[in-house]
Write a protein that binds this ligand. Structure first.
Ligand code: NI
Length: 245
């Protein structure tokens, strides 16, 4: 699959020319963390990157490479998971936005694939606007809770979608990686507890690492649908946004 609007596949003169007529940049954010017994550890950044690049292709806007690692301390009880503490994650993201802002990017569309990043991302936007960043606008799109995506998940999985290692996100990774499906038996029991949790606490409450989801329902062909539905939803919202600069 070839995407024409990958920032990493552009040259600096191309970016300089782009900035003469456009100032938007899409940034995918995700996480590297366990996604249950059959979900991939890269799920959150892989899905965010795919949606971001599809939006970039449709809007002809550059999509930056993903910030793969995120705030995932509650998953550290499962091997292969990695986390960045909120203060470090926020400082790191601020530096990236300052870099792009310095070159003239103003409209930032963050396509996020991980719930644990949400609060930090909003804190980063506030931090940057506190500094000024005149003309900059920040919009956060948590792709898995877009209304059209939630409707499709409801149609396909009913109340077995759950909240982590969900069949919708697992389907999207199966589409990207060419996996048809994987077998498993999952109970979808509700996870009731205070939040946030440490890695050890979460593992104690969820032996599989899942949160009320049944990823055995994931199918490769569903993944393509989620990708297109999420991208179309974000494109529609972006086209209705007020313009600051
Ligand atoms: Ni996820």
């Amino acid at each position: 699959m070839v995407y024409s609007m990958r920032l990493t596949a552009a040259t600096w003169p191309e970016v300089e020319a782009y900035l003469k007529t456009k100032n938007a940049l899409i940034l995918p954010t995700g996480s590297v963390e366990q996604h249950g017994p059959i979900g991939l550890i890269g799920t959150d950044y892989m899905t965010a990157q795919a949606v971001a690049e599809r939006v970039g292709e449709i809007l002809q806007v550059y999509a930056a490479p993903p910030v793969c690692y995120g705030m995932a301390s509650h998953h550290l009880g499962f091997p292969g998971s990695a986390s960045v503490r909120p203060s470090v994650y926020q400082a790191y993201l601020c530096e990236l936005f300052r870099s792009f802002y310095g070159h003239g990017f103003r409209r930032f569309y963050v396509v996020n694939g991980h719930g644990g990043n949400k609060h930090s991302l909003n804190a980063v936007f506030q931090e940057l606007k506190h500094e000024g960043c005149a003309g900059a606008s920040f919009n956060l799109f948590n792709w898995w809770v877009l209304p059209e995506v939630e409707a499709l998940a409801k149609e396909l999985y009913g109340d077995r979608e759950g909240h982590h290692g969900t069949p919708s996100e697992v389907s999207l990774t199966f589409h990207l990686e060419g996996i048809d499906s994987r077998e498993g038996q999952f109970s979808c029991e509700p996870l009731k507890s205070p939040w946030p949790l440490s890695g050890a606490e979460f593992r104690k409450l969820s032996a599989t690492g899942l949160m009320s989801s049944d990823p055995a329902l994931a199918r490769r062909e569903h993944g393509k649908r989620f990708l297109e539905v999420a991208a179309a939803s974000i494109v529609g919202q972006v086209q209705r946004l007020p313009v600051l600069a």
